[in-house]
Ligand binder design. Structure first.
Ligand code: NI
Length: 166
C-alpha cells in the first residue's frame, strides 16, 4: 500500500474524461487500496482516480456508518431535490465555496468484486458522490459556481501557490 500524490488544479488529468473499467484486474484492486489509504491520510470524504493521476472511472467515498464505499463505473440513475452547501476538494486545496447539488441520489456501479450495486444516499455522502462522479468527467466544483466568484477563488489559489513556492 502507498499514499499517492494528489494532482492539483492545473494538471491536465483533472480535465480528462476518465475511461470505464472493463475488467477488475489485480492492478485495479491495488489502485483502490492505495486510493483508500490516500483518502484517509488526507482526511477526505471522497476521492476519484483522476485525482491520483489515473484517468479511470473509479471513485471512493467514506460512507460513515457504511464504511468505505468503492464504486467502479458509477452512474447517477435517480435523484431528488436540490441543496446548497459548502464544498471543497483535495485537488483545489484551501478553497471552499457553496455549490448547488442534488439532495438525494441513487448511484449504480460495480463494487470491487465486480457485483452490480445500487446505493441511495442523502446529505454529505450524496454531495461527495456527485463531486467525485464529476471528477470522472473532468469537472471540478469550481466549475459549478458563478463566474465572478470562481475568478476570485482562482486568484486566491494562485496567490497561495506562489507563497508555497518561495
Ligand atoms: Ni474533488
Amino acid at each position: 500500500m502507498a499514499i499517492l500524490e494528489i494532482k492539483e488544479y492545473g494538471e491536465p488529468v483533472l480535465r480528462e474524461k476518465a475511461i470505464p473499467i472493463k475488467e477488475i484486474i489485480p492492478e485495479i484492486l491495488n489502485l483502490i487500496k492505495d486510493m483508500a489509504e490516500t483518502m484517509y491520510a488526507d482526511s477526505g470524504v471522497g476521492l476519484a482516480a483522476p485525482q491520483v493521476g489515473v484517468s479511470k472511472r473509479i471513485i471512493l467515498v467514506d460512507g460513515e456508518e457504511d464504511g468505505l464505499i468503492v464504486l467502479i463505473n458509477p452512474m447517477i440513475i435517480q435523484s431528488e431535490g436540490e441543496v446548497v452547501e459548502e464544498e471543497g476538494c483535495l485537488s483545489v486545496p484551501g478553497i471552499y465555496s457553496k455549490v448547488k447539488r442534488l439532495s438525494k441520489v441513487t448511484v449504480k456501479a460495480l463494487n470491487e468484486n465486480g457485483d452490480s450495486i445500487e446505493i441511495t444516499k442523502e446529505g454529505l455522502i450524496a454531495r461527495a458522490l456527485q463531486h467525485e462522479i464529476d471528477h470522472l468527467d473532468g469537472i471540478l466544483f469550481i466549475d459549478r459556481i458563478g463566474r465572478m466568484e470562481r475568478q476570485i477563488l482562482l486568484n486566491k489559489l494562485k496567490k497561495k501557490k506562489q507563497k508555497n513556492s518561495v
